[in-house]
Design a protein. Sequence first.
Length: 348
Amino acid sequence: MRTGFRFAVVLALAMVAAAVTVAVTYHLPVRDPDGVAVPTYVRLPVILLLAVLTDVVPRAAWRARSVTRFPRTLVAVVRQRWQWEHIRYALVGLGAWYLTYAAFRNLKSYVPFVNRDLWDDTLEKVDRVLWLGHDPAAVLHTWFGTGLAAPFFSFIYVAWIVFVPVSLVVALVWSRERAAGAWYVTAVAVDWVLGVATYFVVPTLGPVYAKPDDFAGLPHTYVSTLQDAMIQDRYTVLYDPWATHAVQTIAAFASLHVGIMVTVCLMVELLHMRRWIRVSMWVFLGLTVLATVYLGWHYFVDTLGGAVIGSVAVWIAALGTGNHVRGRPRFAGAQDEAVEPARVAQAG
């Protein structure tokens, strides 16, 4: 069964077309979302080069066991690990991923210009119904306190920011299970597509911006700095989007922190990865849910919406990459392993 990034490329092009259409319609700029300090055409090749080096240098050092043999061993490892087929796979995957991501960030920035309604009051009421009349963040502040818990949950939130790109590097660069890698990278792209759609339908700021006094008692952390910077970027973009290279990044429903972690958890289960990896990812998902609510990024209902998106993304990506049997997600590599003995027997 053919697998790959064909669906991801189509998705990326559709997202770019959507971003350009909205930009032209509402007279808004298209920005490089992370290129304020270092342009993407410089940053991405450097990141890819570093990822490749982390793939080949330790292997070469382990095999060479000496400085004099290292250069020749490094060349051999590069030739073994980076044949043209995998180079093409990594470049196409990286390109599709970045186009989708850049379009996602731009579309997210356009939300306040397209839909000026805010649903924060409604989602707060839904939260109180789900939590039997209580505010989820206030409950978590009581349970965990407002001392050491704040920097701990801040660390979890920042760890997620680091984890996602690292997981993409693992899928595109380090792993040689291309069917699995394409499935995962495509699923993350679908997360972004579904997530930005919900931003336009249900625009929100999130608890920390809708009711900042509820979080004023938390100690200052890196997340506090990040939240301040994001609201300042929002004000700047809303005042004059053409006068800044920043993008507006505030949107609460649905939580893609949770959505992508649900995608990760389902993927490690469907790929039958080692038990310690599966357990670690589920624990990290639970901590991510707590962190996003505790720190005020999201309403609790946002995490439920994110869980739905993360689950649907895995299924859509399974259909798009051929990792399914009659519409049910299943790793294509596992299918190949099951089919190959039958082919051999048939040939005999």
